[in-house]
Design a protein around this ligand. Structure first.
Ligand code: ADP
Ligand code: MG
Length: 234
């Protein structure tokens, strides 16, 4: 089976003046198309740093990142943004919705930037809003929606460009357990419909909804386990 993500000896350092802070210390990882992966690890272990590299929001200091067959490790600015916009949907813990726009308008926003005409935008946005079960709420603004509903809007927005890879950094971090499970079920459906999903969570119960758990510790992969009932062959 083909890897959508192939990482070879990925390193990432931040520089504070002359001091180098080594965060990722040689990550080797393959994620197959259509996997559902939870990334876990203690606070400060480098999860967000890794997710930002996977999402082409940041680039590694060293190492190779092949995304969908394309070497993105040395890409910068415009070409990196192009890959990000066409290949990746990113979901954040804080939803990052625009408060003055309705759910539908928030979801359609990436299509505005992509120059899609209005009628088509609305149709495409409604389709993904239905996918996350929010059709009744499409004309509400973020402050009229619950946390779980806002996260569903953010997930729909991440899906609207039809990316193959969905990345989510602690998407349930601000939600109660029941709502978190609902959100995990939505990610499960997204995976079943053909996407690859990689998400970060702190909670074992939440991570167990995924099919594979990768654990980071101090910038290296400590363990990588597929759930035994998942038939995945590398
Ligand atoms: P996690 O998401 O696992 O909590 P992060 O990837 O956010 O971990 O951070 C890993 C380490 O890198 C932490 O020690 C953090 O302070 C440091 N770090 C993260 N971002 C930056 C940055 N932009 N500049 C300097 N240090 C950073
Ligand atoms: Mg983090």
């Amino acid at each position: 089976m083909k890897s959508i993500i192939h990482l070879e000896e990925i390193r990432k350092s931040y520089f504070m003046g002359r001091q180098e802070i080594r965060v990722l210390k040689g990550i080797n990882l393959d994620i197959l198309k259509n996997e559902y992966v939870a990334l876990m690890g203690p606070s400060g272990s480098g999860k967000s740093t890794l997710m930002n590299i996977l999402g082409c929001l940041d680039t590694p200091t060293a190492g190779k990142y092949i995304l969908n067959g394309q070497d993105v490790s040395k890409m910068v600015d415009d070409s990196l943004a192009e890959v990000r916009n066409s290949e990746i949907g990113f979901v954040f813990q804080q939803f990052n919705l625009l408060p003055r726009l309705t759910a539908l308008e928030n979801v359609a926003l990436p299509l505005v930037y992509a120059g899609v005409p209005k009628k088509q935008r609305t149709e495409m946005a409604m389709e993904v809003i239905q996918k996350v079960g929010l059709e009744e709420r499409s004309h509400h603004k973020p402050n009229e929606l619950s946390g779980g509903q806002n996260q569903r809007v953010a997930i729909a927005r991440a899906l609207v460009n039809s990316p193959s890879l969905i990345l989510a950094d602690e998407p349930t971090g601000n939600l109660d357990t029941k709502t978190s499970i609902e959100i995990m079920d939505i990610f499960g459906k997204i995976q079943e419909s053909g996407n690859t999903v990689v998400l970060v969570t702190h909670e074992e119960d939440i991570a167990n909804h995924a099919h594979r758990i990768v654990r980071l510790r101090d910038g290296v992969i400590e363990s990588d386990k597929r759930r035994s009932d998942q038939l995945v062959t590398v």
